[in-house]
Design a protein around this ligand. Structure first.
Ligand code: ADP
Length: 402
């Protein structure tokens, strides 16, 4: 099945065309500056050549049209007719408590995604626009599937997802831990079960999605049991620019002393904190490493804080699950940064965790990096959210056609 995977942001739109029979990425690309002018960077797999096309994209519909045009282009494209696209899979950030799995998009589903807008005001509206744009351009007969960042975490027990604030706010506003990066946590946990040659139902896993945004997930018997992101993706670990978990009283203190509104403080916690805020250098771990090599103490402090937070959460999840079979590192930092993996796992031999310094030198490659005798396996598994979206789309559209 040929599935077009769409990840629509407020002014950008990422796409991949995948053939699910052999997991081949036929073409992929990114539309940027939608509503401003419009730039499309496209790669088809006939060659690895990248094409940059400047074309007006006033709306997401125009961006989708540009994507379809380039996919059909005799030189740069990979298909001869739009009808070759069997289905579309959309990444949707927030599914609230409505969705615990991916779902075929109907009017009722669209309404539920809309009902989740207050929970993800920056993300769900562009996701909805992406869905509507595809409908407009491709017509109502092409089946579409929504794949939610939150869905995988809907299996968390209530004691894990509640915040200890008056219960009425859960009833009234659905304030609770939702968790994000669910598609990635699910994908790498499935790959891990395959690597370990054991059914997911038997395994206790901790998946560390460490990128620009980072979250950790305890996966017990194939199901999300706890996760570090919460009501919003600001909770949990300190990240590139996000503060992660802090004492909430800091918000009022800063608002008062810096003469800021609560929204302005939250903006600082989202965009000027984390690795950037502590180091004063950058949100990018590669820049931090360069600064550390130059003797920058604050860059070193930022990374130490990050590694410590990852370690603390891993420790708490081992305690919650009563053990762990494997710890998985994924996403930009997890796949590439050997010093993060080493520092996080250091001094955990007593738990059966021991990374092999030689195997840890590799990066961006699926492999077991633990010492042979270690009781707990430490795995590096490159994430692939697009493939997961395409596979879910294939499964649900297949069921539809039964
Ligand atoms: P997101 O999808 O959240 O935007 P990614 O998972 O692509 O983020 O991760 C991006 C981050 O990965 C970069 O900001 C950078 O800090 C880190 N990264 C990428 N490559 C490397 C590398 N070779 N060494 C260390 N960190 C890296």
């Amino acid at each position: 099945m040929k599935v077009l995977v769409i990840n629509a942001g407020s002014s950008s739109l990422k796409y991949q065309l995948l053939e699910t029979t052999n997991n081949d990425v036929m073409a992929k690309g990114l539309c940027e500056r939608i509503g401003i002018d419009g730039v499309l960077v496209h790669t088809g797999n006939k060659s690895d050549e990248k094409f940059t096309i400047h074309t007006p994209m006033a709306t997401h519909s125009e961006a989708i049209k540009a994507v379809i045009d380039i996919l059909l282009d005799p030189d740069k494209g990979v298909i001869a007719s739009m009808r070759e696209i069997d289905a579309v899979g959309h990444r949707v950030v927030h599914g609230g408590e409505f969705f615990s799995d991916s779902v075929v998009i109907t009017d009722k589903v669209l309404k539920a995604i809309e009902d989740c807008v207050p929970l993800a005001p920056l993300h769900n509206p562009p996701n909805l626009i992406g869905i509507q744009a595809c409908r407009e351009v491709m017509g109502p007969d092409v089946p579409m599937v929504g794949v939610f960042d939150t869905a995988f975490h809907q299996t968390m027990p209530q004691s894990h997802y509640m915040y200890a604030i008056p219960y009425e706010y859960y009833n009234k506003y659905k304030i609770r831990r939702y968790g994000f990066h669910g598609t990635s946590h699910k994908y790498v946990s499935q790959q891990a079960a395959e690597m370990l040659g054991r059914p997911a139902e038997e395994l206790k896993l901790i998946t560390c999605h460490l990128g620009n945004g980072s979250s950790i997930c305890a996966i017990n018997g194939g199901k999300s049991f706890d996760t570090s992101m919460g009501f919003t993706p600001l909770d949990g670990l300190p990240m590139g620019t996000r503060a992660g978990n802090i004492d909430p009283a800091i918000i009022e203190f800063l608002a008062e002393n810096e003469n800021l509104s609560a929204a302005q403080v939250i903006d600082i916690l989202n965009k000027k904190s984390g690795m950037l805020g502590i180091s004063g250098v950058s949100s990018d771990f590669r820049d931090l490493d360069a600064a550390i090599a130059d003797g920058n103490a604050r860059a070193a402090l930022a990374k130490d804080m990050f590694n410590l937070s990852v370690k603390k959460i891993i420790g708490s999840y081992i305690a919650e699950m009563g053990g762990v079979d494997a710890i998985i590192f994924t996403a930009g930092v997890g796949e590439n940064d050997r010093s993060v993996r080493w520092d996080v796992c250091e001094h955990m031999e007593y738990l059966g965790i021991k990374v092999d310094p030689e195997k840890n030198k590799y990066r961006g490659k699926q492999m077991d990096i633990s010492l042979d005798y270690a009781r707990v396996r430490v795995l590096v598994i490159p994430t692939n959210e697009e493939l997961m979206i395409a596979k879910d789309t294939e499964r649900l559209v297949g069921e539809l056609n039964k």
